[in-house]
Design a protein around this ligand. Sequence first.
Ligand code: FAD
Length: 378
Amino acid sequence: MTTDITIIGAGLGGLTLARVLHVNGMAATVYEAEPSPTARSQGGLLDIHDYNGQIALEAADLMDEFRGIVLEGRQAMRILDPAGNVLFDKADDGTGGRPEVQRGELREILLDSLPAGTVRWGHKVTGVRPLGGGRHEVTFADGSTIATALLIGADGAWSRVRPLLSDATPEYTGKSVVETYLFDADARHPVASKTVGSGAMVVPAEGREIFAHRERDDTLHAYLGLTEPREWFDAIDFTDGATAAARIAREFDGWAPELTALITDGDTAPILRPLYALPTGHRWDRVPGVTLLGDAAHLAAPNGEGANLAMLDAAELATALAAHPGEVEAALAAYEQAMFPRGAEAAALHGDEDRGTGSADNSVHALIAEFAGDGPTR
Ligand SMILES: Cc1cc2nc3c(=O)[nH]c(=O)nc-3n(C[C@H](O)[C@H](O)[C@H](O)COP(=O)(O)OP(=O)(O)OC[C@H]3O[C@@H](n4cnc5c(N)ncnc54)[C@H](O)[C@@H]3O)c2cc1C
């Protein structure tokens, strides 16, 4: 079987690409490893920026649907010190350019906007090889194959498409986050709820950091950042939730109890997420018939931009393909020329070094500048 445009990965990047192609009258098939749209919880709030993610949603003709899922009031931001003192507190006055949505709801909007059958679930790519003339063969875990004239890797950090273009592999950043959830927080966790406030809260410190935000239904979702080697985390048994939570809480000894409650009062077992990144400025020479977008192209330590960039990459790639009918190579070259510096710039401007892995003082100042509106917000 030969398909014209093949997208690997039904994350926000791959789905945005399929949607913007569809809006421009071009069909694509998306192959996704997960067995169904509901196979994995898509937890987490994403702020969708007016300078990248929202531009993509406009190209996708989905701004009305997007506005319908925005969680009002969640752009509030506060910065605390480990003793619980509030250093900065900005209410959501409705004028911010970063409305917050649940990632799963955004993904649903994109899925609902695609013609039936566009996404082929349960298709895990295990191999890719060039066939010559810009065509590629894709092999799936069940042994089946397809051939395609245009292959796009939107398959995230551990992309199986990337090796066609580059030898780069993600490296551990030196930092991991541990995620916790506190449900129905106003009623069940009132102190933590008041501390986090109505939007997001961050507590930066040397090698330790807490970021938390309020999701739909008063769920508090916290990310405990710890700058430690992988082996340090390997010594903690995360299959034993209570013991792991107690071990992580020990690392925040001396912090205000209303902050450590985000660990000790968690309603779910803590989830470990080691953070990996590709080299900043990762790029490749043009290879006919294949390209990458989103994390597959420029995975960075979380900096609030990754999903937004994946969506903008996707919209620009689709627009370039529509603008160069029958000239795939010209479209891919134009897309990559803009995408390479954009990924590098985002990593440099919003880099993790400003947020808790650097000195605590620098980190606090950078954050306050950013959220007060005079820092590196784009
Ligand atoms: C803790 C954390 C917090 C974050 N917070 C934010 C934030 O607040 N704002 C923000 O903008 N970004 C944030 N990010 C970054 C963001 O999640 C990513 O940059 C974004 O999801 C990238 O989108 P993508 O479509 O490129 O890849 P992904 O979302 O990773 O999607 C890739 C898809 O490809 C599929 N896939 C993978 N391998 C295969 C295969 N072999 N065959 C078939 N399918 C495959 C996967 O199942 C997945 O569905 C955060 C990241 C982390 C880790």
